[in-house]
Design a protein. Sequence first.
Length: 262
Amino acid sequence: MQLEIRKLDDDEMEFVLSGSNPAFANSLRRVAMREVPIMAIDEVEFKTNDSAMYDEIIAHRLALVPLRTPIKGYNLPTECSCQEGRCPKCGVELTLKKEGPTTVTSGDLKSSDDEVKPVSDSIPITRLGRGQKLELTAIARLGLGKEHTKWQPGIVTYKYMPVLEFDEKTCNACGECVKACPKNILEVVNDKIMVKDPTLCTLCKACIEACSNDAVKVSGDSTKFIFRAESSGALSPDQLILQATKVLEDKFEEFSKLANKL
Ligand SMILES: [Zn+2]
């Protein structure tokens, strides 16, 4: 198995995984989106809400505000000894107090933990007119994407590495496929068709249709995958993938413990 990182920034990562198989690639993708725990607002207590929005709508909007999540330090409420999801080991309190006229944004949430706070301060929550007040206390907890989208740490996708083959006997390098390719990844070099960057190929097969000699073959390599991870900002994209491998590791460890008892 080989890993080549092609791009890594604050919220996006692209890498090529080689020498693997679709079962492994798909396990990694599914676990990254559904089973890596992150923080999200899970409960809101309203003291005052004079805004035009119902409490439920504001609570729902608050829940969808991505919160930065430290890798360690918090328990999943189901695994915490308090059993209530309210102790400092499994819950973070965020308070909000505003008076209109103003637009209340995610930046108005004051967190009890500096490491758990909104990824962006400019997400609008509601508007308050003159004299209207909004005061609330929210509790953020760890959770999993398979329970609710608010706990989904990002989007992870992959595609098979495209393989473009040109039959040397029948290809006369007429260049029709070069013109047909919407991604512009083909070129004629020394009377041969060359592929500039196969990773940009979308497997649209326009080159096959354009070739009157049937000299082009396009397929996907099922042992090589181009992965793209886009994070909500709760975790960095590389941490998202690393945490996913940790979850997979824990699952196999549990399985092997059970298997040893047989
Ligand atoms: Zn607890």
